[in-house]
Design a protein around this ligand. Sequence first.
Ligand code: MD6
Ligand code: FE
Length: 225
Amino acid sequence: MALADSDRLFGPADDVPIALDAGAWLLPGWAAGQAQRWVGCVQEVLAQAPWRTMRTPGGLPMSVAMSHCGRWGWVSDASGYAYSATDPHSGRPWPAMPEWLWEQARAAATVAGYPHFAPDSCLINRYVAGAKMSLHRDADESDTRAPIVSISLGLAATFLWGGLERSDRVRRMQLEHGDVLVWGGATRLAYHGISPLKDAVHPLLGSERWNLTFRMAKAPYGCSP
Ligand code: MD6
Ligand code: FE
């Protein structure tokens, strides 16, 4: 979110979500205080499912490297996009979602007004300079009443926020280290993407940006565990 530094220092208190769009909320810096712990959990996952580059159904390698945890991992290959219970690289189930991550994602969703969020999937993206994510919609989840909870760590990136049609006007906003987006409701299926990452150095993640998106891939929303 394009907030001036002064807004970040003297702006809304922690846990006060900022409305970005219908059903979509930004929790500025919400994850920053425990960033080390987020990074540790991701490293635990990576030890079991290392970064890999997937190909689009059109056969092009993606510029973003990915890993996953949780019951379902999002995979892309020549046959299209799908959620898979196994890691195609190892043939084994994806690493379990660390409990702390599950709890954090649920807490963020609750702050934004989605109290039944119970993620069964977490996609982890890694960007280096020049990596980007083209405009897309997250539409492979079975119950889109559930929001997606997205955590940004490391280098800042420009988030592209469009509308429900690909041709709709696109807004740009900065996502900074520790920012959390909780995105559901009427704009859950809006187009969005990430501009090519600028080369820089972050104290915790060096030349990288990590993004974690927690989803309910298969479970119906509202059936609290
Ligand atoms: C990223 N995020 O921040 C890409 N999708 O690297 C997404 O594609 C995304 O942030 C759905 C909901 C929230 C997101
Ligand atoms: Fe997305």
